[in-house]
Design a protein around this ligand. Structure first.
Ligand SMILES: [Zn+2]
Length: 643
């Protein structure tokens, strides 16, 4: 809106002779609306059975080239009048509103064959408001879900070899009810000759599988992996490893590899003292075509690893992927069965408050590594190497000086895992690994207080192992965590969490190492985990030293806040062209760092070149754990198999 001050004065002087100051004149031309009341027509969820009855959901998932899911949903209704159909927005395990509403298209709704108009809920774009006509017993919603055809649209879930059905993308549900109160019977048409796995049980007829009627909450929690190349392996204890792969030969494994997966199931049972499922299905995709995922469910988990998971087992290349199954399996107890009270929601529209993720994810990260070691998925040394890498990496996250770890539990909502320019200062989802470090220290404190007779294993049994077989959800708050810990070993646990969780900190807690018989030290050789990470990401990681991660082609992928690299002016995305007059290579770069002299750099940022001097004389720095003292410490005891 453009209007000159002179014109405004001219207009206003005609109205009032009192207007003389320019300030008042400005005020006079600023119109001031009054806020309208916000009218949320969508009913809040009630814990009563959905009165319409069972929804019939038919999904055609046979389009492996254009990757379009086609959906027909028949929704019985008990009454006429306004009704809101919702696509799930807040997704468990994502801890954030990640529903892909933009991919829902072609929506038509009919009743008795006649079209029913819909209107989007302007307060919640995941909602479609309709007016159910008089005398109608059911409505039929039809739509497509346009799954990503390229990674830049989102995660690719269909390839010519495999697919992943996530029910939140291919179904709507009526607002106004706890989703566990809405029964659904789903039928899926798969590509010819494919096999499908899910925690749902069903009846196959040709390419179609009709699944058991189940409530909508459990349906969302029971995704499907299906594939042309498929193998199911019984791991015992009603646990199945369902494998899909890009090629048939990726399905081949050695007996000793599978024995470790079976031991994982046994070790988890020994740890928690119970299983909270009637059956459990690992869904595991060995692929570099379908998009990456590691997502927990109560009776299953979605897991993507790179091809070579079995074939390259000994080479160490697939090492980093081996933490995935132990982590996601742990979630059946920690995260799915026991869930923080403000994170739990009755439907997928209510916002999650993401409290206590340092238990939900942090302790799962902790048990994931412990179970990885106890089952043999990782050797003990590899686990110690991973701990060193984790602790050293956390210490580079200097954002801890202003941002308490507790605040990072909101990061899934704040950042949605978008790339960050200055991650070390911004912090990201640090509740995973810093949670692990806190629980390592808690284990060491309990062990010390009880002369090695107890540890965090006792917490796991007391907190997660209760009510065997229950696959509902049991919510908790922080005080229950503190009370359970005090029941095992009295300590100032409330103060412990205030210090490490609620307050800014100088460094990551390392009591788990120190009390457990180890020190974090640095040397010029990478440990096995750091080496695997450098290999997988084709980079030189000196975030622990001069403060930068540089890819093997010279592109800078991270600069640590306030480090020598930061002070020299390095920035993410820029490319190091030359080092001390030589063309950049990772070897030239490492040799220059090793020389412990100021490094002359030619840097290309977008289309601009700069020369700069990096003043750093600390040499190469890679973290590892070093044993202190003699005999077995609490960290050694923690990693020993229990079966
Ligand atoms: Zn997790």
């Amino acid at each position: 809106m453009i209007r000159s001050l002179a014109a405004a004065l001219f207009l206003t002087t005609g109205l009032s002779t009192a207007i003389v100051s320019p300030l008042f004149a400005q005020e006079a031309i600023r119109s001031k609306p009054t806020a309208l009341p916000v009218n949320d027509a969508t009913p809040a969820p009630k814990d009563v059975p959905y009165p319409g009855g069972t929804i019939k959901l038919e999904v055609d998932a046979s389009d492996t080239t254009q990757r379009i899911f086609r959906v027909k949903e028949t929704i019985p209704v008990a009454a006429s009048g306004p009704m809101t159909l919702l696509m799930p927005a807040w997704l468990p395990g994502n801890h954030a509103p990640r529903g892909q509403i933009e991919k829902l298209t072609g929506l038509t709704i009919t009743a008795n064959g006649q079209p029913v108009a819909w209107k989007r809920d302007p307060l919640n774009v995941f909602g479609f408001i309709i007016d159910v006509p008089q005398g109608v017993r059911e409505i039929v919603a039809q739509f497509q879900f346009l799954s990503a055809t390229q990674p830049n649209q989102g995660r690719v879930v269909i390839t010519p070899k495999m697919l992943n059905i996530q029910w939140e993308s291919v179904s709507l549900y009526p607002a106004g009810y706890y989703t566990r109160q809405i029964p659904v019977q789903a039928t899926v048409t798969y590509p010819a000759g494919w096999q499908a796995a899910t925690a749902l049980r069903g009846t196959k007829s040709g390419n179609r599988v009709a699944y058991e009627t189940i409530d909508y909450e459990a349906l969302q929690d029971s995704p499907v992996f299906a594939g042309r190349y498929f193998k199911a392996v019984d791991l015992g204890k009603n646990v199945t490893l369902n494998i899909v792969a890009d090629d048939a030969d990726e399905l081949e494994y050695k007996p000793e590899q599978m024995a470790k997966h079976k031991k994982l199931v046994d070790e988890a049972g020994a740890l928690f003292g119970s299983y909270h499922f009637d059956h459990y299905d690992f869904l595991l995709a060995l692929t570099d075509e379908m998009g990456g995922i590691g997502l927990e469910h109560h009776r299953s988990s979605e897991n993507q690893v790179e091809p070579g998971y079995f074939k390259k087992w000994e080479s160490g290349e697939a090492l980093l992927d081996r933490n995935l199954l132990p982590h996601e399996f742990t979630h059946s107890w920690d995260g799915k069965f026991r869930r923080p009270d403000l994170l739990w929601t009755p439907d997928f529209r209510t916002p999650m408050q993401d409290n206590l993720l340092w238990v939900y994810e942090g302790q799962t990260q902790f048990w994931g590594y412990v179970l990885g070691a106890r089952s043999g998925m990782f050797t003990k040394q590899e686990t110690l190497d991973a701990y060193a890498q984790i602790a050293a990496k956390l210490d580079t996250n200097v954002g801890r000086q202003w941002r308490p770890m507790e605040d990072t539990t909101h990061d899934p909502i704040i950042s949605a895992r978008r790339p960050k320019g200055w991650a070390s200062w911004q912090r990201s989802e640090d509740y995973y690994n810093e949670g692990l470090m806190i629980w390592l220290e808690a284990d060491a404190i309990i062990s010390k207080a009880t002369r090695g007779t107890k540890g965090l294993d006792d917490f796991a049994k007391a907190f997660f192992g209760v009510k065997p077989g229950d696959w509902g959800q049991l919510v908790y708050n922080r005080q229950e965590v503190i009370d359970t810990l005090n029941g095992i070993a009295p300590y100032d646990w409330a103060g412990f969490f205030r210090t490490y969780v609620d307050s800014p900190t100088k460094e990551t807690p390392k009591g788990g190492f120190i009390l457990g018989g180890y020190n974090l030290v640095y040397g010029d050789e990478p440990n096995a985990i750091t080496k695997a990470a450098e290999g997988a990401n084709k980079m030189v990681d000196q975030s622990f030293g001069l403060g930068a991660i540089v890819k093997n082609d010279g592109e800078i992928s991270a600069v640590i806040w306030d480090s020598a690299a930061f002070k020299a002016g390095l920035v993410i995305g820029a490319k190091i062209v030359a080092v001390n007059g030589d063309e950049f290579s990772s070897d030239v770069w490492k040799a220059a760092i090793k020389a412990k002299q100021p490094i002359q750099i030619i840097l290309k940022q977008d289309k601009y070149y700069r020369t700069l001097s990096l003043d750093y004389s600390g040499g190469l720095r890679y973290p590892r754990l070093e044993k202190t003292g003699e005999g077995e410490g609490s960290l050694d005891r923690l990693l020993k198999p229990r079966t």
